[in-house]
Each structure stands twice: as C-alpha cells, then as structure tokens.
Design a protein around this ligand. Structure first.
Ligand SMILES: Cc1cc2nc3c(=O)[nH]c(=O)nc-3n(C[C@H](O)[C@H](O)[C@H](O)COP(=O)(O)OP(=O)(O)OC[C@H]3O[C@@H](n4cnc5c(N)ncnc54)[C@H](O)[C@@H]3O)c2cc1C
Length: 379
C-alpha cells in the first residue's frame, strides 16, 4: 500500500489552497497525493473577498478590484467606500491554473483522478479507500468532500444564478460594485441582485436568494432578466458567461473527524460564513494557520472552531432570514449606514473585538433582533 505524508480527499478550493500553502513552507518536500474525481472539469466560478491587499494565492494577472459599493432599495442608492479595504474578484479557473502551475515544479505532489469512498484512522496512520484505485495510507488526511450528512441538516441555502453580459450601451459604473440591490421581482424569500461591473459595458449580474425551498433555475433566470429589463429598459446584450450555485447557510456544519489525523477542511468543516456564504478568504487564513501548526508539529490542534458569539450573531440573522426575510433589506441598509464599512466588513469576517461589536450593534434598530431572539435556534 502506497504511503504519503499528506493526502487531500478533494482538490477543490480548500484542497488546492492547502497544497499551495504547504509548498510555500518548510514542508514543501513532503509526499502529497491529491484525490479529485473532477480534475480540470468543473465549471468556472466567481470568488470574491475583501482585504487590505490581494491575497498571495490570487494570481496577479487575474486581479480585479473595487474600492466602493452600493446598496439599493427603490430609487435610493446608498453609496459607500470600502475604506482601507478593497473588494477582489477571482475566477476559479485562473486560481486552479495558478496553483497547478506551482505544483508542476514539485514532483513530490501527485494527482489522481479518483473518488474517495472511505477514510479510516488506524493508530498513527489514516487509510483512504478509493473507488477504483485501492487503498492508500497517510500520516494526515485533509478532507473537503461535502457529504449529504453535512448538507441535509441545512435549513437555508444561498442559491444564485449569474450572467456576465456585454451591452452595446454604457450601463455600469466600473468604480462601484453593487453589493445588494433589493429591487427584485416579488418572492417570499430574501432576494437581491449582486453586480460586479468590469467596465461601463460589461458586468456579472447575479440573482441571489436566501431560501429554505428549492428554487427552479429557470425561475431565477427569468427573475434576473426581469430585473435587467426593469432597471435598464430594453437591452441588447451578449451573454459571455453564466454561473449557478448553492451555498449552505448554516451554523450546523462542524468539523467531524474520525481522529486527529483525519481533518475536514473548507465548506465541509464549517468554514463558510453561515450568514453570508463567503468562504474563500477564510479558507486561505485557515490553510495558512494549519500549515504553520503542522510545521510546529502540533497535531492536536488542527481544528478551527468558531467563536461562540459569532455563531450567536449568525443564528439571529439566519432566524430573521428564515422567519422575516422582508426585514433584511432594511437591516443591511441600517448596518452599513450606522457604522463604517471597514468595521462592518471586519465584523462579517469575524475580526472585531467584543467592544467593537457592542458599538456596532448598539447603533442598529434592534426591534427585529429581539424578534429574531424569540425564534433563536441553531440554523
Ligand atoms: C458558484 C459559486 C460562487 C461562489 N462565490 C464565492 C465568493 O464570491 N466568495 C466566497 O468567499 N465564496 C464563494 N463561494 C463559496 C466557496 O468559496 C466555494 O464553494 C469553495 O469552492 C469552497 O471550497 P471547498 O474546497 O470547501 O469546496 P469545493 O471547492 O467544492 O471542493 C470540494 C472538492 O471535493 C471533491 N469531491 C467531492 N466528492 C469527492 C470524493 N468522493 N472524493 C474525492 N473528492 C471529492 C469535489 O469534486 C470538489 O472538487 C462560491 C461558491 C459557488 C458554488
């Protein structure tokens, strides 16, 4: 049975990010195996994050960023600057190409297009059974497979459909991205439009819903097209890219490992922010810390439990999203108009101190939060 230092069960965003960080560390000569069934065959995805600078894993040639954003309800557009932060955009295909280019220089990293069927811990070794290639063993297994045991527990999902359009006329302000535009066709859930303008004529526009029900792709696409017509009138445009997605919005996913050498990572480990769906920056931070801990040889401490007070804030927001979704537009507008965006984005990234959170929360209209508390639970 072939033995490795590290096996990655899943070579998506978290798996490849971890390998990238390993190859930047003193562990770069380790024997690594990546088991991934869809190698090179996944549709392109749009990953965005906010930060003071582009993350090192973000290839320079594929960077696009904005310094301001807006929220819109009716005719009222609330414009804000990102302050010290910028909002960065990355295509998953550019990310994969960048990481694979780096891996090419390391003959100690092996890829196998293969499906993992089981992971078992036996003493100081972890065994990985695959569908067609037998069993491998490893000192550590990092597992980003998203299982149905994870997703079946989810009450709310963020579902979205996006079109990258090229218009014949000038429609967009490329300086300012649309974080949330609430003028969507009516629905019973919390729906909004997210706009990433790349030029005055080209933008990715996404229809997003926080929903507990399955939403038909065609219905979402029709709603997106209805929004475009309502906002910009009869348009001539070319669609250059389309993406659909579903992200679990839950505080119920926790890292569940069968031993301290079988470690879950990524969405499977609960690294997705339950109230927003953002994951990319958290993956980078956790992978960097994970590698630092492996370098120190601290195998007991490879999990990243979230601070309980942030789990509490997320559950309140998810309770509002589930029971009073029509109150969320007002809540988000209130949040961004009473505190600096820098503070709000640090809060959403779980990087604020308790005192900063008290300051931020005390400025909000709190009636809806009291309502949220009455239906508090783990969502
Ligand atoms: C369309 C879309 C857009 C998103 N946009 C953003 C964004 O703008 N910003 C942000 O922060 N987050 C975003 N996210 C959320 C998040 O960043 C991504 O979902 C991210 O890909 C999560 O990384 P992951 O490694 O946990 O999961 P994945 O990237 O999905 O990787 C899991 C891997 O496991 C593999 N796998 C599954 N089963 C097996 C098996 N049996 N054996 C071996 N491998 C297996 C899969 O093929 C997959 O490659 C987005 C998500 C989607 C879907």
């Amino acid at each position: 049975m072939k033995k490795y230092d590290y096996i990655l069960a899943g070579g998506g965003c978290a798996g490849l990010s971890l390998v990238y960080h390993l190859l930047d560390s003193s562990l770069k000569d380790s024997n690594i195996l990546i088991l991934e069934p869809t190698l090179g065959e996944v549709p392109n995805k749009t990953w965005c994050y906010w930060n003071t600078a582009a993350l090192p894993i973000h290839p320079e040639a594929a960077r696009f960023s904005w310094n301001s954003f807006y929220l819109q309800q009716g005719k009222q557009q609330h414009q804000h600057g990102f302050g010290k932060l910028s909002y960065y955009h990355l295509n998953s295909h550019d990310f994969y190409a960048h990481v694979l280019e780096k891996i090419k220089n390391f003959p100690n990293v092996h890829f196998l297009k293969e499906e993992v069927s089981a992971v078992r811990c036996t003493g100081n070794e972890v065994k990985v059974d695959t569908k067609n290639s037998g069993t491998f063993s490893s000192n550590y297994v990092f597992d980003s497979r998203i299982t149905t045991t994870n997703t079946n527990q989810t009450i709310l999902n963020q579902v979205f459909i996006g079109l990258r359009i090229k218009s014949k006329t000038q429609l967009f302000d490329p300086e300012s991205m649309g974080l949330m535009d609430f003028d969507t066709p009516s629905s019973s859930s919390f729906d909004f439009i997210y706009t990433l303008p790349f030029s005055s004529q080209e933008a990715l526009i996404e229809y997003t819903a926080y929903t507990s029900e399955a939403r038909d792709e065609k219905e979402l696409l029709d709603s997106l097209k209805a929004f475009l017509k309502q906002k910009y009138g009869e348009l001539e445009y070319e669609i250059t890219f389309q993406e659909t997605g579903q992200i679990p919005m839950t505080s119920r996913i926790h890292s569940q490992t069968s031993g301290n050498r079988h470690i879950q990572i990524g969405t499977a480990a609960g690294w997705t922010k339950p109230s927003t769906g953002y994951t990319f920056a958290q993956i980078q931070e956790n992978c960097s810390q994970l590698v630092a801990r492996l370098e120190k040889g601290a195998p007991q401490d490879l999990l990243f439990p979230r601070k309980l007070r942030f789990v509490f804030y997320d559950n309140i927001l998810l309770s509002i999203a589930h029971h009073w979704p029509k109150r969320l537009p007002g809540l988000f507008i209130n949040l961004f108009s009473t505190s600096s965006p820098d503070l709000v984005f640090r809060f959403l990234a779980e990087k604020t101190s308790f005192w900063e959170e008290l300051k931020l929360l005390s400025r909000l209209k709190f009636g809806i939060f009291l309502k949220g508390l009455t239906r508090y639970g783990t969502y």
